[in-house]
Ligand binder design. Structure first.
Ligand code: FEO
Ligand code: CA
Ligand code: CA
Ligand code: CA
Length: 518
């Protein structure tokens, strides 16, 4: 397994078994290696870190009740697979082959080694795993070496330093040093598609979905069968996007292989009156032309943040996960926080300045069609501690005296009945409790009745939650236990001299009826 587990997905296999897809967002070398120092990092340590990134696919099988029940990992199958920081991946779609993707090891601009900083993701209707590259800027150093002006400005906005970098990787691998390889970074910031049942297939970065700090890749079909992928760009004042494919899915997985390679990328505008629109990012339309530096559609997909700025999209409070209610088709956006939103810069969709607690927006697409270009939206939840009236919490109108406090919604998932599961990232700082998993009905009399299901451990976020198809298994990824000053010697919940590690926790149901909510 890799490190720092984040997005978890379940793919049904035989007899209740399943392939679990898990991505590994980043590494904490200070927790992985004893006496680690960035100034004295070794190549061996860096290579361990590169190998600990990426994605794992693991087959898990049911264990008979006589053996304790639950699930266990099944080692004897080629379905178990690691995709890491050196795995060969193809770039497909409109940006493949672009001059800004060409490097000394890849003169055609169509391949890349590895995937980094995968945060959220999604599962497609045809059964593939989508994983979203988020804070890829942290691996690269020396933005001063980039000569393309648009790329340089984009890198700065992503967080790349002009001189040096935040990790020592570029000391051992030239491709992370922009002085030598100014285009390598442009191969990151994409959504990657992986076939969990194709262990020998090459993963593909789908450039038609745009390049930004992708948090999510929630996928469904439009009313007429187009693939629709929602994604947040997780940074302060960035945007929410949606991709709609040109082609439609006909139910044959093989025909879906290039579905995500052509389509329209839209960015969300949330009007103060509760209406909203998906604005297309199409070359030649409006300001998206050469006078603003966009020579082609590929340029727009490489730098969609700059294109969205020109279109008046709504700047959000860090869009983390986006997910789709399977019963109603409504779309939920987790805005985790924005402590930098200043007084006077509030809008109806981001109503708090500052916003340390976060909130969730509910989108109803026109005609309940996820392919629509118009929508209505409302605030579903204003997070915080409802006992503190000054925080102005709101739980879809439900009695706030009965709900669990919650803050910093990050990852979202749904059960089959349309109940929302929320995993949090940041509660110790905002409401003083460990991060956890919460359960909220979205329809009916209990709409907004938020209840805590699960608590994580000190220094860890609950990065992702998912249920299997039978809904007798809930998987929760526990990421970076011990980070940020809660080093292992201070983690009392583990006791003694135990090395804390990221993991995925399995919670199995022991009672048959599953009846909460709708
Ligand atoms: Fe990796 Fe946006 O959390
Ligand atoms: Ca996240
Ligand atoms: Ca999700
Ligand atoms: Ca987060």
């Amino acid at each position: 397994m890799g490190y720092n587990c984040d997005f978890v997905a379940w793919f049904d296999y035989i007899g209740g078994s399943g392939v679990v897809g898990i991505n590994h967002e980043y590494t904490n070398p200070e927790l992985m290696f004893s006496n680690y120092s960035a100034d004295h990092a070794t190549r061996r340590q860096v290579d361990y870190e590169i190998a600990a990134h990426g994605v794992s696919m693991l087959l898990v099988v049911r264990r008979p009740a006589a053996q304790g029940g639950g699930y266990r990992h099944y080692p004897h199958t080629i379905l178990n697979r690691r995709i890491h920081g050196e795995t060969r991946i193809f770039l497909t779609g409109p940006v493949a082959g672009h001059s800004l993707l060409r490097t000394s090891s890849d003169p055609y601009g169509t391949t890349v080694n590895g995937t980094f900083n995968n945060c959220g993701g999604g599962v497609t209707p045809w059964g593939t795993y989508l994983t979203a590259e988020e804070n890829f800027d942290q691996y690269f150093a020396n933005n001063s070496g980039v000569t393309n002006e648009m790329a340089k400005v984009a890198n700065t906005r992503f967080g790349v330093r002009d001189e040096g970098g935040r990790r020592p990787w570029s000391r051992f691998h030239r491709r992370f040093n922009l002085n030598y390889e100014p285009n390598e970074i442009n191969k990151f910031g994409w959504v990657v598609e992986i076939d969990p049942f194709g262990p020998y297939t090459v993963p593909k970065k789908r450039t038609a979905l745009g390049r930004f700090k992708h948090e999510a890749a929630a996928t469904t079909l439009s009313a007429v069968g187009n693939a629709v992928v929602y994604s947040g760009d997780d940074a302060r004042f960035e945007y929410v996007y949606k991709f709609v494919s040109t082609g439609t899915y006909d139910g044959n997985k093989r025909h879906a292989d290039s579905l995500l390679d052509s389509g329209t990328l839209y960015v969300a505008k949330f009007n103060d009156d509760g209406s909203g629109e998906w604005i297309p990012l199409v070359h030649g339309e409006g300001p998206l032309n050469m006078s603003n530096g966009f020579a082609s559609q590929a340029d727009i997909l490489l730098f969609p943040r700059q294109a969205a700025d020109l279109l008046g999209a709504t700047q959000m409070d860090r869009p983390e996960d986006v997910d789709i209610n399977p019963v109603t088709n409504k779309v939920y956006v987790a805005l985790t926080n924005n402590t930098r939103r200043g007084a006077g810069s509030e809008d109806a969709a981001n109503p708090r300045a500052p916003n340390p607690m976060g909130h969730i927006i509910e989108i109803t697409e026109a005609g309940d069609d996820n392919g629509a270009t118009q929508f209505q939206w409302e605030i579903f939840m204003l997070c915080g501690d409802p006992a503190d009236e000054a925080q102005g919490t709101y739980f879809a109108g439900f009695d706030t005296s009965r709900v669990s406090k919650i803050a910093n919604p990050d990852n979202l998932a749904f059960d089959k009945n349309g109940n929302l599961l929320i995993a949090t990232d940041g509660q110790p700082r905002s409401v003083g409790i460990n991060d956890g998993v919460f359960f909220v009905p979205t329809e009916g009399a209990e709409r907004g009745f938020n209840r805590q299901l699960f608590s994580g451990v000190v220094g860890a976020e609950c990065a992702s939650v998912i249920m299997n198809t039978a809904q007798d298994l809930m998987l929760v990824s526990i990421q970076h236990p011990g980070e940020r000053g809660t080093r292992l010697e201070r983690i009392s919940s583990f006791g003694g001299d135990v090395v804390n590690r990221p993991t995925v926790v399995a919670v199995t149901r022991t009672e048959t009826p599953y009846r909460i909510g709708a």
